[in-house]
Design a protein around this ligand. Structure first.
Ligand SMILES: Cc1cc2nc3c(=O)[nH]c(=O)nc-3n(C[C@H](O)[C@H](O)[C@H](O)COP(=O)(O)O)c2cc1C
Length: 179
């Protein structure tokens, strides 16, 4: 799969087959995150790999019942990754906290690599942070940025709509059509 195909076809996957993810592939995916760019190359992110069924259930308990990824985290995905980041190990500019961007880039790289390996993921940011912190013993100086289930998709979900290019890109100055 070429890069554009990977970008085009990645979906948030919320239904998984029970198939295992090999340690070798998991390591490749974590490595894809490891090489992501970051503020002053501080690499403020940390990943926790959760496989124990009881711990996955506790992670799901941190999510509201109407979070559509709850079953994927608690039951169906063989792995859940917990993304943490240390705000002090990244930069802040004009009130913008770059640790969220650093961590987001790392996880997105992992997600794209996962898709290239035929695996599914789903960004999950709607959860109770303190519950996740105690479930995974995350130190207090780290924020829990996101979770993702990881596994073999049951099927390829359909594409969600996106804005047209004219709505999101301008030429030279705000509002000038790009094409
Ligand atoms: C920062 C962020 C947080 C998200 N949190 C959740 C979540 O808690 N639960 C969920 O089911 N999906 C969550 N999503 C997934 C989005 O709903 C999804 O990316 C969007 O609908 C587009 O669909 P697609 O990823 O399949 O293209 C989140 C996505 C992002 C980027």
């Amino acid at each position: 799969m070429g890069i554009y195909e990977i970008l085009e076809n990645r979906r948030s996957v919320r239904k998984y087959k029970p198939d295992k993810v090999s340690d070798q592939v998991l390591e490749k995916l974590l490595d894809a995150a490891r090489v992501a760019p970051s503020w002053k190359n501080q690499q403020c992110w940390r990943f926790i790999v959760v496989r124990e069924p009881e711990r996955k259930k506790q992670l799901a308990d941190s999510m509201p019942d109407n979070n559509p990824a709850k079953r994927a985290v608690g039951e169906t995905a063989p792995i859940v990754l917990v993304l943490c980041a240390d705000p002090e190990a990244s930069g802040k500019q004009d009130g913008k906290d770059y640790y969220l961007l650093d961590a987001g880039l790392a996880l997105q790289q992992l997600m794209l690599a996962a898709h290239a390996e035929g695996l599914g993921t789903c960004w999950v940011a709607w959860f109770n942070e303190e519950k996740v912190r105690s479930t995974c013993a995350v130190p207090n100086n780290y924020r829990v940025v996101a979770l993702t289930p990881l596994g073999v998709p049951q099927k390829q979900p359909s594409a969600r709509p996106r804005k047209d290019l004219e709505e999101i890109a301008y030429t030279e100055q705000w509002g000038n059509a790009v094409k």
